[in-house]
Design a binder for this molecule. Structure first.
Ligand SMILES: Cc1cc2nc3c(=O)[nH]c(=O)nc-3n(C[C@H](O)[C@H](O)[C@H](O)COP(=O)(O)OP(=O)(O)OC[C@H]3O[C@@H](n4cnc5c(N)ncnc54)[C@H](O)[C@@H]3O)c2cc1C
Length: 397
């Protein structure tokens, strides 16, 4: 006889993006019964397509991914190093320069394509029988109370658990469903991303160029290849996105003032609306937000996934502590500890990133003067420069 009793889990994770998958992997060894629910198919998770996002990872992220057995599954030939970073302001010849040699490490960070992180994270879950991955099914709603969480699926099934964790992107419907408001900062800009081959070597140097009305980031990939991010006012992006290939090649080459010689588009161009999101709280009764669902960053400071991974790591750590001391894994005390730690780390980065973007996309004269001054301060005031480099190269929590 069939019963209507909902399947029971300890933790249900909504969304198998990089944050949801890494969080599942963090908890895999605990023996907790975990469900990960994803609307994409398993075929896509096993072989995610390129999405144009090449992710700059900090040393801490590399360490966490290594501990999770995700890093060794990313082909070495697909990981590139970021040895130097240069920041340019408009036509000013002045350059803010970061060099890994000043940090005592052999790189400021690492570049890995988003789809490879997702693929490697997915692969690590295969060995754990306590993880149920349910694909091609959407979570339609969640409800939580002091004793349990209920997750409803589009196929009519209902699941029950001790803790619901939403990792369903910066435009999280589950966050809204749980009644958690979020502040959104719409930059009215679009990021166009792609990969390009070029004539000259990039010497493992990243460039961030704040030209007037647009920004251009060039990030080194293996070989003579770079990841390109152009941010433009939303109205101007269609033209660049649909520009004929040879014109696009010339356009980027000129925008970058021929520093890399001839440039050639590889593959497709992708576009992302630039909206930063910060949830007003990260937890509520038996419920937590991680990844972009908690904090969706503007990509200019390359912190989005780094913070998302950190949120997954911090929450998993608190759950493991709860298990060790015999505490309920969905208790408000445990959730509060996670929230307070992740807000302390993420809020200053979120506010600083938005302030940088606003400053560097404002064209009025005082803003131009301030940003030129900031670049010079960044170069000459050692504590400022060191703080930025420490953020990239620190490998402890
Ligand atoms: C152009 C660009 C460049 C970037 N560069 C960097 C960088 O250099 N460094 C860095 O650290 N970060 C970077 N980021 C940020 C990084 O890509 C994101 O932080 C990261 O991908 C977010 O992962 P996530 O798992 O939180 O969310 P997502 O990747 O959005 O995944 C959410 C998942 O949830 C699923 N889902 C949603 N709703 C439901 C539902 N109701 N039911 C079931 N499944 C659902 C979706 O299908 C999806 O698979 C960049 C972002 C952009 C746009």
């Amino acid at each position: 006889m069939q019963t209507n009793t909902p399947a029971n889990y300890d933790v249900i994770i909504v969304g198998a993006g990089p944050a949801g998958l890494c969080f599942a992997r963090e908890l895999a060894g605990t023996g907790l019964k975990i469900a990960v629910i994803e609307k994409l198919s398993e075929k896509v998770l096993a072989n995610p397509p390129q999405d144009g996002r090449d992710i700059a990872l900090t040393h801490l992220s590399e360490k966490i991914l290594r501990e999770l057995d995700i890093w060794p599954r990313i082909p070495k030939s697909e990981i590139s190093l970021l040895k130097e970073a240069k920041i340019l302001n408009g036509a000013s010849p002045y350059v803010l320069h970061f060099d890994c040699r000043e940090t005592g490490k052999d790189t400021l960070g690492f570049m890995v394509s988003n789809h490879l992180i997702r693929k490697a994270a997915y692969e690590t879950l295969a060995d754990f029988s306590n993880i149920d991955l349910m694909t091609k099914v959407e979570v339609t709603s969640t409800a939580t109370n002091s004793t349990s969480g209920i997750v409803r699926l589009a196929n009519g099934k209902t699941l029950e658990c001790s803790l619901v964790v939403a990792a369903d992107s910066r435009f999280s419907t589950i966050r809204r469903n749980q009644g958690i408001p979020a502040s959104m900062h719409d930059f009215s800009r679009v990021a166009i991303v792609c990969q390009m081959e070029h004539e000259k070597p990039h010497n493992e140097t990243a460039f961030e160029c704040f030209y007037y009305g647009q920004t251009l980031a060039i990030l080194p990939l293996p070989g003579n290849k770079s990841s390109i991010i152009i941010t433009l006012p939303a109205g101007a992006s269609e033209e660049v996105l649909n520009m004929e290939k040879s014109m696009f090649n010339k356009d980027i080459q000129q925008r970058f003032e021929n520093r890399l010689g001839k440039m050639k588009l590889i593959g497709k161009r992708y576009s992302y609306p630039l909206v930063a999101v910060y949830a007003n709280k990260f937890v509520t009764t038996r419920f937590a937000l991680i990844g972009d669902a908690a904090v969706g960053m503007h990509p200019v400071t390359a912190h989005g996934f780094n913070l998302g991974l950190r949120s997954a790591h911090t929450l998993a750590d608190e759950i493991k502590t709860a298990l060790n001391i015999g505490e309920d894994i969905g208790s408000s005390e445990m959730l509060e500890r996670y929230q307070s730690k992740h807000r302390r780390i993420s809020l200053p980065l979120y506010l600083a990133t938005n302030a940088i973007v606003d400053l560097y996309t404002t064209e009025i004269l005082p803003a131009r003067i301030v940003r030129d001054t900031m670049l010079r301060l960044g170069n000459h005031v050692l504590p400022v420069k060191r703080a930025i480099m420490n953020l990239l190269t620190e490998s402890h929590l």
